[in-house]
Design a protein around this ligand. Structure first.
Ligand SMILES: C[S@@+](CC[C@H](N)C(=O)[O-])C[C@H]1O[C@@H](n2cnc3c(N)ncnc32)[C@H](O)[C@@H]1O
Length: 254
């Protein structure tokens, strides 16, 4: 099994890049003034905390994640907030009764799920009719570097989408999952993110680490890695480095 491509530090860095997208996602829940909202796969809980401040104390925001280290960080950061709780759990099954939850968001999680449709069906089960559901996903297949080494880039993308995460094409399948679970009013947005320096690309996407890992696992040769990464460094030094990746947002109503 490959190493995870995120840790608490990565989530903090990528948060800066994704802040506008994250804040827009909170808006779907701002009118909820009672009951429970869930952030599924909440990581270190920053979105749980920000959402809890927006909805006010009469609405509880619960962060769910299967990583106890992430949740400990969330608990420490949220200790003064009365309307926040964290639950250590897998995404399936969810320990809530049918039609009991007022809203749910899940960000960069569906890509990790081995049985995504089962989890989306479970979310449909626990949400009250009329409640909002927001998914943010990374479209790993859209990752683009502007180097002449297009073959190497394709192999790195194939490694990321087919090997690194369980469900690398999640972003492209979201609307279908939602349709299968009978969600209504499905909307879909694409948000391109452009990184103008190699330092940013390494900070937000761990580019060097991922390219090195692709070589270590044998999906590209060491020579291909070196040519590719040297080209990125040269572009950076020359002031014409460019890299882009799409994040997608799917929203719907139960
Ligand atoms: C890339 S992180 C995103 C964290 C957070 N949503 C954010 O945007 O900062 C993915 C999170 O999903 C959690 N996760 C992955 N698969 C899960 C599963 N099957 N059940 C529960 N949590 C899961 C991981 O532990 C991790 O914290």
């Amino acid at each position: 099994m490959s190493e995870k491509h995120y840790d608490i530090n990565y989530l903090q860095n990528s948060r800066r890049l994704l802040l506008t997208l994250k804040e827009a996602s909170y808006n779907y829940f701002e009118k909820i003034n009672s009951g429970t909202i869930i952030d599924l796969g909440c990581g270190a809980g920053k979105d749980v905390i920000e959402l809890a401040k927006i909805v006010g104390n009469d609405t509880k925001v619960i962060g769910i994640d299967h990583d106890p280290v992430m949740l400990e960080q969330g608990k420490t950061d949220a200790k003064d907030l009365p309307n926040v709780a964290f639950i250590l759990s897998e995404a399936y099954p969810l320990q809530f009764g049918s039609e009991t939850i007022a809203g749910l968001r899940t960000e960069r999680v569906v890509q990790h799920l081995k049985e995504p449709q089962k989890v989306i069906n479970e979310i449909a089960r626990i949400l009250k009719p009329g409640s909002p559901f927001v998914i943010i996903e990374t479209d790993w297949h859209s990752l683009s570097f502007y180097t002449p080494f297009a073959d190497t880039q394709q192999k790195i993308n194939a490694y990321l989408t087919n090997q690194k995460v369980n469900n690398g094409f999640a972003a492209r399948k979201l609307t279908n999952y939602l349709k299968q679970s009978n969600f209504k009013d499905i909307k879909f947005e694409i948000h391109p993110f452009i990184l103008g320096t190699l330092e940013e690309a390494n900070q937000y996407l761990w580019v060097q680490k991922m390219a090195q890992e692709t070589a270590e696992k044998g999906f590209i040769t060491t020579q291909e890695y070196e040519e590719f990464y040297n080209a990125l460094q040269q572009a950076d030094t020359g002031g014409y480095f460019a890299c882009s990746i799409n994040l997608v947002v799917a929203t719907c109503i139960k």
